[in-house]
Design a protein around this ligand. Structure first.
Ligand code: NAD
Length: 248
């Protein structure tokens, strides 16, 4: 029996990067996959085909996780198409890095809205179906920067730290209904988000990582499988770092 056989998973921001990797890994473990992104482009369409080729159901939805109304509509559509939501992965996120001196109000507001409010929107919209089925696993994508802070990322760091507080609170609120809520704190993972870094910055980071390499999206996806499956049935309100042991 696969780890997520017959489960229905909903993953935000999964057209590429870590979300995409989680979608593929969940599908390999037998889950049907609903996923979102801002636009359903060629990358999203080909992910649907890749997942379907694994013998499970897949559907992509264009939906802005930072928009409350869109999330409510999305959840209704996913429930119509899939019949249940057993696993919710709040993965969508962005950066708008700058030193505080140069950070604009718009950059602050956007990062908080996309990285933090989105998690409120999606969790609130899907909680009643999880409450009714008396089970559910919620996985929120934080960051080591949310645990440690980072110069030039005060907006991102605040959003990812806020998400940890949210995760721990929801774990307490919904635990009695067998709904678990945990967070992953990835370190330096090779995706579009980190490819903007200069070679010098990249080498500097890697030199300070005890495992001496950057992470792959699959490294994060493996922990996302653990947190969604029965392997973690007694784990809630926790943050698991996937960072090669790095200290900021
Ligand atoms: P990425 O940029 O490769 O992918 C993020 C995806 O989210 C994109 O497809 C994007 O279109 C989508 N997205 C953005 N805003 C959205 C919105 N409002 N609604 C729906 N979709 C939206 O990034 P990634 O590196 O795969 O990051 C995934 C998550 O992991 C993010 O939350 C990020 O903060 C977190 N993270 C990444 C790293 C890293 O090193 N890459 C480290 C720590 C945490």
């Amino acid at each position: 029996m696969k780890l997520l056989e017959n489960k229905k998973a909903l993953i935000t921001g999964a057209a590429r990067g870590i979300g995409r990797s989680i979608a593929l890994r969940y599908a390999a473990e037998g889950a049907d996959i609903a996923f979102t992104d801002i636009r359903i482009d060629d990358a999203a369409q080909s992910l649907v085909q890749e997942i379907e080729a694994m013998g499970v159901k897949a559907k992509a939805y264009a939906s802005d996780a930072s928009n409350f109304g869109e999330c409510e509509i999305l959840i209704a559509e996913v429930l119509k198409d899939f019949g249940a939501i057993d696993i919710l992965v709040n993965n969508a996120g962005i950066t708008r890095d700058n030193l505080l001196m140069r950070m604009t109000e718009a950059d602050w507001d956007l990062v908080i809205k996309v990285n933090l409010k989105s998690v409120f929107n999606m969790t609130k919209a899907s909680q009643s179906t999880m409450l009714k089925q008396r089970s559910g696993a919620i996985v929120n994508m934080s960051s080591v920067v949310g645990l440690e802070g980072n110069a030039g990322q005060s907006n991102y760091s605040a959003s990812k730290a806020g998400l940890i507080g949210f995760t721990k609170s929801i774990a307490q609120e919904l635990g009695s209904r067998n709904i678990r809520c945990n967070a992953i704190a990835p370190g330096f993972i090779e995706t579009a988000m980190t490819e903007k870094l200069t070679p010098e910055v990249r080498e500097g980071w890697i030199k300070n990582i005890p495992l001496r390499r950057s992470g792959k999206p699959e490294d994060v996806a493996n922990i996302a499988v653990f947190l969604a499956s029965e392997l973690s049935s007694y784990v809630t309100g926790q943050v698991i770092s996937v960072c090669g042991g790095m200290k900021m």
